[in-house]
Every structure is written in structure tokens, then in C-alpha cells.
Design a protein around this ligand. Sequence first.
Ligand SMILES: Cc1cc2nc3c(=O)[nH]c(=O)nc-3n(C[C@H](O)[C@H](O)[C@H](O)COP(=O)(O)O)c2cc1C
Length: 180
Amino acid sequence: MIDNEVLKAIKERRMVFKFKDEPVEEEELNAVLQAGYWSESFGDCEPWQFLVVEDRELKQQLYELTKRVTIYTAGIKNAPLTIAIGITSCATSHFIEEGAVAAHNMALAAYSLGLGAYWLDVYDLENRKDSVEADAKKLLGFPKEIRLTYLLPLGKPDQKRNETRAKLEDIVHYNRFGNE
Ligand SMILES: Cc1cc2nc3c(=O)[nH]c(=O)nc-3n(C[C@H](O)[C@H](O)[C@H](O)COP(=O)(O)O)c2cc1C
């Protein structure tokens, strides 16, 4: 089977939600941010605004907020930093995908550097005023027109997960669904 560094990283990356109490080096953080910055975007609009949350009190408050929408939120408290992925209005209806592309590129880059990350979705489809997205935006000072899509806690992994996948042949079809 063909293999190379990129394919290997794609296969071996696993989400990490437990982190060691160790910092992320500035160079490593910059490499991860670069990976987000080089993501694809609809119509080349480059809609990302990355906000790095390192402040302990802000992390604690984000943790409290995200408990309302998802599990494994403790990673936010424990990770040395969390990258909040904001998407500007140039992405129009594609804001979720634009955030997702950047989150995944950054998670892969993190893995390639021996770091770990995972995503927490915070966007509210209906963009309600009382949503976790709205409250997290207020907490972090994001402008109103920016959509807050994902939070990406990042740090040195303190766990090794061995998630498996369904068989490839069960999900790939040629020409017509079902391969009959
Ligand atoms: C779009 C998307 C949203 C996700 N949201 C969350 C989340 O809110 N909370 C969480 O703990 N993990 C979240 N994850 C991580 C998945 O649970 C994880 O990727 C999945 O369990 C497979 O594990 P692996 O990435 O280690 O292979 C998300 C992943 C994706 C792609």
C-alpha cells in the first residue's frame, strides 16, 4: 500500500482530550496556526480569525459554557491553550465547513508535531442570542458578525486512544451505490 508522511499522519491522528501540564512552544503554536491559515476557503475568501486562549480564568469560563453542549469539555481547562476558530461574514452559508477545514488541518499539524487536539463544536445553527456560541463570543470579545465555529484545545497528549474505523470496502462504492 502506498504510504508517506501525510498519509501516515491522516491515519494515525487520534483526538486527544487529556493533556499534560506542559506548555506548547511558541514555534509549535505558530506551525499549527499556519496549518489553519493554509486551509482551503470558498471563493478564496480566507474567512478565519483565530483567537488563542491561554488565560486560566477564560479557559475555566469556556469550560463552564461548553458543558451545556458537549462532552469531554474538561480538555479546555487542562490544555495549556485553546484555539477559538472564528469565521467572518465572507464565508456566508459555508461558515461551518470553513471552520471545520481549519480545525482539521490544525489537528493534523498538531499530531505531526507530537501534540494533540480535539474539536468542540460551539456554533448555534440558529445563531440565537442565548446560545453557547453567543455567550462564548461575548466572553472572548468576538465581534457580532463573526461566527464562532469550533474550539480546539491543544497540548501535549496525556493519553493514547486506539479508535478503529469501519472497513473501507463497506463505505466505498463504484459507479452505483452497493457495488451490486
Ligand atoms: C465536526 C466534528 C465535531 C466534533 N465535535 C466534538 C465535540 O463537540 N466534542 C468532542 O469531544 N469531540 C468532538 N469531535 C471529535 C470526534 O468525537 C472524534 O473525531 C471521533 O470520536 C473519532 O475519534 P478520532 O478522531 O480519534 O479518530 C468532533 C469531530 C468532528 C469531525
